[in-house]
Design a protein around this ligand. Structure first.
Ligand code: NCD
Ligand code: ZN
Length: 353
């Protein structure tokens, strides 16, 4: 798009968006973070990597009730639940999940790939009977797309996952609906653009805004460390291109992943960036920088529901071009969270409804 006066609006209004990849945690942590997401999004796909993981329909139903109970009075929000796939998830569990009406996807964590993934899958071939039922009933498979082979360079794990895991899987299950979660590389963006069959990808705000230099600017900055890790600038540019292309296969997923300050600022710090407070501001900033504000609504509010066969939201949100300072820390259980960009200036602000 060529810049013109209309490319620089002071205010935008879009259909209320959804977050297609979110970590809400549980208990007091859930209560601390849920209002941030509910203020920005109508619905969210809720990740199942609790301790222990959410592996059954019954557990997902109970978790859903805890989320609804933690929602402050007067706020509206619909949690879209997921199951955590293990080597032993029985095919019948998929039928129960589909019949529940509240489970919308099943998540693949390759064992050891990320936070709370120890119970994850060691070899997808062990899950084929279960995946066949997902294919049959149309339950999407959300993949954390990184191989865990220690021989593979950390920065190459997503690209190698495409060759070693994703392509063989999709050849065997061509009708399985797959979401390549939080993509970080030009290889993933190209694969999702070109592949045939039902595939989509979520993209986080931080992978649209930052490259890996951000982690090391002036010293090690743990609040920019997440998995899959930020990549070099050429990859960020490919992600921006994909997100702003208008291709319906790409949609919003924050991967907001709260961890207490002390476990991030640590000799072995946890992976995860917290963006739930200001996600739409960050996405708007990324699309604005790319001169593509007109593409934001489809990415944030239309493409996700279309892939998941859900209706679009009916409400709207507005954002204003305005500089404001993000809080440096937010209350979190008995400590605090440092949000991404904590204490920094943000250039868009969501308006109260
Ligand atoms: C997530 C978490 O903390 O649960 N962390 C992250 O860096 N994204 C797990 C995940 O989605 O990989
Ligand atoms: Zn995640």
């Amino acid at each position: 798009m060529t810049p013109s006066a209309t490319s620089f609006p002071q205010e935008i209004s879009i259909t209320r968006p959804d977050d297609w990849h979110l970590h809400l945690r549980d208990g007091a942590a859930l209560a601390s973070v849920l209002p941030h997401t509910a203020a920005q999004f109508a619905r969210a796909i809720v990740m199942p990597n609790l301790k222990p993981p959410v592996t059954t329909t019954e557990q997902a139903g109970a978790y859903r009730q805890r989320i609804l109970a933690a929602l402050p009075a007067g706020m509206r929000f619909e949690p879209l639940m997921t199951l955590y796939l293990t080597n032993n998830t029985p095919p019948d569990e998929i039928r129960r999940a589909k019949d529940s009406g509240f489970i919308h996807a099943v998540k693949l964590y390759p064992a050891g790939a990320t936070t709370n993934s120890d119970a994850g899958v060691t070899d997808l071939r062990l899950c084929y009977k279960t995946l066949e039922v997902m294919q049959e009933v149309g339950l999407p498979f959300l993949v954390h797309g990184e191989v865990t082979d220690p021989e593979i360079d950390l920065f190459d794990r997503e690209a190698v996952f495409i060759e070693r895991v994703l392509q063989p899987l999709r050849k065997d299950m061509p009708e399985l609906k797959v979401v390549f979660e939080h993509i970080t590389t030009s290889e993933a963006a190209a694969y999702v653009t070109q592949a045939s069959g039902p595939i989509a990808a979520t993209i986080t705000a931080h992978h649209l805004l930052y490259n890996r230099n951000e982690i090391f600017k002036g010293g090690i900055r743990p609040h920019y460390y997440c998995l899959p890790v930020l990549k070099r600038e050429s990859h960020r540019l490919a992600l921006v291109q994909a997100a702003t292309s208008g291709n319906p296969r790409f949609f919003l997923g924050t991967d907001s992943a709260p961890h207490a300050k002390g476990v991030k600022e640590n000799a072995c710090g946890c992976a995860g960036c917290y963006t739930a407070l200001h996600a739409m501001e960050l996405y708007t900033q990324a699309f604005d920088q790319a001169g593509a504000l007109d593409k934001l609504e489809a990415f944030a509010s239309f493409n996700g529901p279309a892939f998941y066969n859900l209706p679009r939201n009916t409400g709207r949100i507005s954002l204003k071009r305005e500089d404001w300072t993000l809080p440096a820390e937010l209350p979190f259980v008995d400590s605090s969270i440092v949000p991404l960009n904590g204490g920094e200036t943000i250039h868009w602000k969501m308006l109260a409804e």
